[in-house]
Design a protein around this ligand. Sequence first.
Ligand code: T5A
Length: 211
Amino acid sequence: MARGRFITFEGGEGCGKSTQVRRLAAQLQAAGIDVVLTREPGGTRLAELVRGLLKDEREDPPCDRSELLLFLAARAQLVRNVIRPALAAGKWVLSDRFSDSTFAYQGYGRGLPLDTIRLANDFACDGLKPDMTLLLEVDAATAARRMRGREAATATAADRIEQAGDDFHARLREGFRALAAAEPDRIRRIDASGTPDDVEGRIWTLLKPLI
Ligand code: T5A
């Protein structure tokens, strides 16, 4: 059986990737493709528990190294128990964030050494890399507006990582751009401005030839 495809969505806060990953899953399913939709951190029971610690632990917040290791622990569990079995069964796996987030947030954002992250991440993933990564990009003002809109609509507050300062978010956006420049064949930059339908159309134009 042919191996499935592994596609990841990346970007800064409020870029709209969670909306788009769901829309792409629906389009692929409509085209007859067996799709597994997952997210990081999360996607298994253990990884969802780790997600809670990472997003909400404010009394004893993880130091930068703990934060990195917790993200990688969640990823190791997801890769082994969900992603690899699905790919081996010929399914397409769509993940809302994956390794590039670690390089952008913990590397460029927190300032942890990229070489160390690379080694530890390869160990956690057992070498698995996405076939294609869609990097959704919007300007900071649009992202902030979308985040405020969602907080108002869902009556939720920004989580621990979303509350990191503007400098942190500027560094991680810069980090994503550097990652895309280093691997332009895998990481495809998507203009995520405009309506959800506009963005969905751009993504579908890119993905359709793969089907
Ligand atoms: N993280 C993650 C790390 O630090 N290291 C890692 O290794 C990993 C894997 C995860 C956090 O963990 C960090 C990154 C994150 O801080 P999360 O809750 O999963 O936290 O949050 P995010 O991944 O940031 O995703 P979100 O779902 O919060 O944001 P998105 O993807 O931008 O979400 P979306 O699509 O819900 O959009 C936000 C709002 O905008 C609207 C939506 O309806 C929603 O209200 N919207 C649009 N509005 C207008 N026009 C459009 N085109 C729109 N698209 C969406």
